[in-house]
Write a protein that binds this ligand. Structure first.
Ligand SMILES: [Zn+2]
Length: 121
């Protein structure tokens, strides 16, 4: 947790920006092809071997953390401010979604591709 992924073959450390790029490719490819297995495969820029970006189950921990914090903050604000405007609830929720987006790369793992059980999750 809170560690950027490394290449499973050569151990090259991916910088924050590069992880976001891999993640972006993942999403783009998923929309482009209906083949889930191919969509998530990436080639290491260092050793040219293929790996797969995997966000589950680690990202679920992040989702839960964000949801709990979000609800906690909302309940706390509702309890101390009696005339709280509804719009603030959306602003807070939006900020937590932004936080999720920023933290997500730290919860992505790069895995070797298992040819025998070549499925994503
Ligand atoms: Zn590599």
């Amino acid at each position: 947790m809170f560690k950027l992924p490394v290449c499973p073959h050569c151990g090259t450390i991916y910088r924050y920006k590069d992880v976001r790029k891999v993640w972006g490719e993942d999403i783009k490819n998923t929309y482009k092809t209906m083949d889930h297995n191919k969509a998530h495969n990436h080639t290491c820029y260092h050793c040219q071997k293929e790996f797969r970006a995997q966000s589950l189950p680690d990202a679920l921990v992040l989702v839960l953390m964000i949801v709990v914090l979000n609800i906690g903050t909302l309940l706390f604000m509702l309890s101390i401010m009696t005339d709280l405007q509804f719009g603030w609830l959306f602003v807070i929720t939006f900020l937590y979604i932004a936080l999720f987006n920023v933290l997500l790369p730290f919860f992505i793992k790069f895995k070797k591709i298992d040819k025998k059980k070549n499925y994503y999750y």
